[in-house]
Ligand binder design. Structure first.
Ligand code: ADP
Length: 544
């Protein structure tokens, strides 16, 4: 027997319509290349998003066209989020930091019809445009006065085009499984793979993200997504923030500038900010040096790679900011787990608390997890056993877009192999040990590079670090600590190695320390261990 409830499809337009009706006055603030601080309201944003839908019709976009963006976080990108998806088309957010060959591959693979771009990325596109024959034209996200000088074919100005469009557009109802946006994973090996979200998964993820034991979003929040809108839909904040009626603050091209971020936090009253650990390192350093504060900020959501203990403690103890450590991935929309207290963990203190807060957290309702051994047998949640982490759930991809054959990342029962190794404790808190490919195998035992990095990052001389497994003639692999530091190198190696004593098992302590000016980062701002291992290919442990 069916229940007698309305069969309303889960559509992104409902987020916009709810926001416009109930929070229409709420402010959206952006930095763009043509505005120092642009501000308008949710109502204005929704009206302009409808103009975008009209524009796509006038440009002759097919009903399920992929419409690409190469853009920073700002109000125009937000308008495209809604205007493209709510008209039934697919918003393809492209990471402009990818290499030219990768850009060509994904633009052609997605068969993007139009590309909306920030003028800052004009030269990036000029380099690839000839090799992207399916693109019908390029639309610069700016006003007529700031149009770039470029050879890009069929170039238009976004503001000029929008001027002649109407605010009226009735976003249609359609199947909630209709594709809404597309994001390619950076693909450390092989070609990037497209994750194709739909309206249903996006709306469900949005509800999940807003829950009290996730980001706990409300109409009183002011959200600063530092995570780019081309990185898994800025982790869902452009949707969830609108839904709850939060103020949205977009840093535009200034997302890596700690002074501007602190200005935005203080002047706009940000209560929540989200980003990968690499954006918070310079911000904390800037706060230390300048003595400035971030009094309005209540919590930061940090994920994308492991958040070091030292960072969690510095936010908490120096700035009264709660770090919400989270784990997820592009294939998971992205949020899987968040470290929030429960009635047992709230009683922890001292070393037990430290060991707990570096965990990535417990799963959101809607996400099912398990760890398995090499025979795919499920391992216990005892906080000790570790194995491959598999997931399934409401906002997890069932396959990749446009592959010739089904992906081998899913098993016969539909579980998706995340490529991470983890342990899970009795209360469901997940601790990521490593990416499968980064685990260090020493004499048949595994060493967690994340645990070692966590210890090293607590040392005051360490600005940034990575631990990688390097070949060892006797042990197969041994950990090597690679450090970025401003401190004099004299005697530092011995100090650093001694610092691990008592914090990890003796045989985990790295065999050597080397210094680098900077560590290589991926297009999403994470340390690229693949590139680092490449740079270190000639390295040999002393005495081997
Ligand atoms: P990519 O980095 O390949 O572009 P994603 O952004 O989807 O793609 O990265 C997902 C991966 O990032 C996860 O599988 C995991 O290895 C890593 N990751 C994400 N959050 C965390 C975290 N809090 N701690 C450790 N690793 C994390």
């Amino acid at each position: 027997m069916h229940g007698l409830m309305m069969d309303t499809p889960l559509l992104i337009k409902n987020i916009a319509q709810h926001a416009e009706r109930n929070h229409g006055f709420r402010e959206i603030v952006s930095i763009t290349s043509d505005h120092e601080r642009h501000r308008y309201t949710v109502a204005e944003s929704c009206a302009r998003a409808r103009r975008v839908s009209n524009l796509l019709n006038r440009l002759g976009c097919s009903p399920d066209a992929r419409v690409a963006t190469l853009a920073w976080n700002d109000f125009r990108h937000l308008e495209l989020y809604y205007g493209v998806s709510c008209s039934g088309r697919v918003l393809h957010t492209i990471n402009p930091r990818l290499f030219a060959e990768q850009l060509v591959y994904i633009i052609n693979h997605a068969a993007d019809e139009w590309v909306f771009f920030d003028p800052a990325f004009t030269s990036v596109l000029e380099e690839v445009a000839e090799k992207c024959p399916l693109v019908k034209g390029y639309i610069a996200l700016t006003s007529a006065a700031h149009m770039p000088q470029t050879t890009l074919p069929n170039l238009h100005c976004y503001e000029t085009l929008l001027e002649s469009e109407s605010d009226a557009y009735v976003w249609p109802d359609f199947d909630e499984r209709t594709a809404s946006s597309l994001c390619y994973t950076s693909g450390t090996t092989g070609n990037p793979k497209g994750v194709l979200y739909n309206h249903r998964s996006t709306v469900l993820h949005c509800y999940g993200l807003a829950l009290p034991d996730a980001a706990s979003l409300s109409a009183m929040d002011a959200i600063l997504p530092v995570v780019p809108m081309f990185h898994v839909n800025a982790w869902g904040y452009p949707y969830a923030g609108m839904m709850v009626g939060a103020k949205l603050i977009f840093p535009g091209h200034k997302l890596a500038d700690p002074e501007t971020l602190v200005d935005l936090i203080n002047e706009e009253g940000a209560t929540l900010a989200g980003g990968v650990p690499t954006v918070w390192l310079p911000l904390l350093e800037y706060l230390r040096k300048s003595g400035r504060t971030i009094a309005s900020l209540d919590r930061t959501v940090i994920g994308g790679s492991a958040c070091p203990l030292a960072m969690i403690e510095e936010f908490r103890d120096q700035h009264q900011v709660t770090v919400l450590h989270g784990w997820g991935m592009t294939e998971m929309s992205p949020l899987g787990v968040v470290n929030r207290v429960n009635s047992k963990t709230s009683e922890l203190s001292g070393a037990a608390l430290q060991a707990h807060i570096v965990k990535q957290g417990r799963p959101l309702p809607g996400v099912d997890l398990k760890i398995v051994d090499e025979n795919n047998a499920e391992l216990p949640w005892d906080g000790v056993s570790f194995g491959a982490l598999k997931v399934r759930g409401l906002w997890i991809c069932s396959d990749y877009y446009g592959l010739d054959h089904p992906s081998d990342a899913h098993d016969a029962d539909g579980w998706f192999d995340t490529g991470d190794v983890a342990m899970i404790d009795a209360q469901g808190y997940v601790k990521i040990t490593d990416r499968t490919k980064d685990v260090i195998k020493s004499g048949g035992e595994w060493i967690s590079s994340i645990d070692l990095e966590n210890v090293a990052m607590s040392h005051p001389a360490v600005r940034e670090c990575a631990v990688v497994g390097m070949h060892h003639p006797k042990w197969q692999e041994r950990p090597l600590l690679v450090v970025v530091t401003d401190a004099p190198h004299d005697g530092l190696r011995e100090q650093l190695l001694a610092f691990f004593d008592g914090q990890v098992a003796k045989w985990w302590i790295p065999d050597d320390v080397i210094y680098v000016e900077q560590l290589p980062h991926t297009a999403t701002g994470k340390i690229s261990k693949l590139e680092l291992r490449g740079q270190l290919s000639a390295y040999q442990f002393p005495g081997t």
